[in-house]
Design a protein around this ligand. Structure first.
Ligand code: GDP
Length: 516
């Protein structure tokens, strides 16, 4: 079909870079996007005001070239798009407030940009403020392996003030320079393909999807499929709300005429006729239903899917996200597993960091098809829920060689792990008793899930694993019981282990067979 055309080198023409702005909350992402939006002085007839359509274009101050900005700042949208298979961003502008410096979401943004292999330009914002200290920002970035040009690195940095509109031209020039390095090209003379950036149901106009054309040219009257929806393009509107006839590569447009509202991040393609469009969208709808059912039946970990792909020769890379209790362990683990790369399959560590597994880690792993290696750390309740829902595999370890062992098996495509850990619940130790001939017994309260007889346990003190083993006794009052659910008290003792304290948490799990 039309969607499978391959482009010849001589058909490729330069296209505008597509930029996503990321950074910590309140560092000025929205202000910067607003300031850039009205920076197009060369476009006299337009009067400067753009519509909010999810993306817009700005003309370069010194040439007629353009830059496309995605108008949804932050790494959530960026990662959600990637998770659906759309990689539209060519360059990330990382906004860091000069008075506040590198903050948690700055670090998240760096991780997400690196995982996606998208180059960054640092915009040090709010330099108009009295407390501004751009050099501190440069130094703090060093701690996260971002070395700016003025410190001898290769990441461009620009000092800006979104409020005073300073440094905007320099930022645009920087983007243009980076775009030249990337040598961005696309074939404009073919049926269009691209991604949905935003979509909504409008009362008067029906389905309105903002799409970014990535290849080819989208025209009025084209038949498009986006995600599981399709339609004939009834109208195309540019970022100023003007009706246009066609849109080429890197041009964002609003598309009217789809039969449904495709999700942001869905890929769209132009196809030859309505029958083909129906066929593809029905196939995809069926797939979505099947996937939903399959997820209800058994949430299959990505590790197993990965193994299947490696065995089939379809996958050449194992991506891992490493979280550990201390920096030293995460680095040692990364070094150990990266050495396991061989000709056919590479091990790629997307990021190493310290602390609990958060939702952001799960999103990153999902977008990158990565497995999370948790070394002596836990996942937050929210992160665990998200991982379960999205089929992201979190593997818990406390011994380095076990990690190496599992990864080695995986890259060699050898054996499928037959069992995996299934989380059962948490119990909090509220009292510790010494009982003759039995040892220490913990009087506990089940705070989440269930505790089962004979299950695997980890003892956590201040969120650090201090013991791992099995439950030797589970009692309600004087009786041995099979299981105790959330909201109930119970007595626990641990095989061969007695260092128990009030406030310790007991994490319970069992091993389950991986469904094939
Ligand atoms: P976002 O959360 O990253 O999108 O940040 P916003 O764009 O909403 O900005 C957060 C706050 O910082 C707002 O009160 C802005 O007016 C202010 N702000 C943004 N850029 C600048 C700047 O360059 N200078 C100063 N002084 N304030 C700014």
């Amino acid at each position: 079909g039309l969607e499978n055309i391959t482009d010849r080198e001589e058909d490729l023409k330069p296209r505008s870079p597509v930029v996503t702005v990321m950074g910590h909350v309140d560092h000025g992402k929205t202000s910067l996007l607003d300031a850039l939006r009205t920076t197009t002085v060369t476009d006299a007839e337009a009067g400067g005001i753009t519509q909010h359509i999810g993306a817009y274009q700005v003309s370069m101050p010194s040439s007629d070239r353009k830059v496309t900005f995605i108008d949804t700042p932050g790494h959530e949208a960026f990662t959600a798009m990637r998770a659906r298979g759309a990689s539209v961003t060519d360059i990330v502008v990382l906004v860091v407030a000069a008075d506040d410096g590198v903050m948690p979401q700055t670090i998240e943004a760096i991780k997400h940009a690196k995982a996606a292999n998208v180059p960054m330009i640092v915009a040090i914002n709010k330099i108009d403020k009295t407390g501004a200290n751009p050099d501190r920002v440069r130094n703090e970035l060093l701690n996260h392996e971002v070395v700016v040009e003025s410190m001898g690195g290769d990441t461009q940095e620009v000092e800006v003030s979104a409020r005073q509109r300073e440094g905007l031209d320099e930022l645009l020039e920087g983007i243009s320079l980076q775009a030249e390095i990337l040598d961005l090209k696309a074939n404009p003379n073919r049926p269009a393909q691209g991604a949905v950036v935003e979509s909504r149901l409008d009362r008067g106009r029906g389905s309105v999807a903002t799409v970014l054309v990535q290849k080819g040219t989208l025209k009025r009257g084209d038949i498009v499929v986006a995600g599981a929806h399709w339609g004939r393009v009834r109208a195309l509107l540019d970022d100023r709300g003007r009706q246009i006839q066609k849109a080429g590569p890197s041009v964002p447009v609003e598309v009217l005429g789809m039969t449904g509202v495709p999700d942001a991040g869905s890929l769209f393609v132009v196809v030859e006729n309505e029958n083909r469009a129906r066929e593809i969208s029905e196939f995809r709808q069926r797939k979505i239903r099947e996937k939903a059912t399959a997820m209800q039946v058994a949430a299959r970990g990505t590790l197993d899917q990965m193994l299947a792909r490696i065995q089939a020769g379809e996958q050449k890379e194992v991506a891992l996200l490493i979280k550990a209790d201390v920096q030293g362990s995460s680095e040692a683990l990364a070094a150990t597993v990266e050495k396991l790369s061989h000709e056919e399959v590479a091990v790629r560590v997307l990021s190493t960091s310290v602390g609990q597994i958060t939702e952001s880690d799960v999103q990153l792993a999902k977008a990158s098809n990565a497995v999370i290696v948790a070394f002596n750390v836990r996942a937050t309740t929210q992160a665990r829920g998200l991982a379960q829902r999205d089929g992201v595999d979190i593997r818990y370890y406390s011994i380095i060689y076990q990690v190496a062992d599992d990864v080695e098996k995986l890259v060699k495509g050898k054996i499928a792990p037959k069992h995996r850990e299934k989380f059962l619940g948490y119990a909090e130790i509220r009292q510790v008793f010494s009982i003759t001939r039995v040892g220490k017994v913990a009087g506990c309260y089940v705070t989440e899930g269930v505790v089962k007889r004979g299950c695997g346990v980890r003892l956590l003190r201040d969120n650090v694993v201090i013991h791992e083993g099995d439950l030797s006794q589970l009692k309600r009052f004087k009786d041995d019981v099979r299981e105790v659910a959330r909201g109930y008290e119970c007595g626990l003792s641990f095989a061969g282990y007695n260092d128990l304290r009030e406030g310790d948490m007991v994490e319970c799990y069992e091993m389950e067979e991986i469904p094939v």
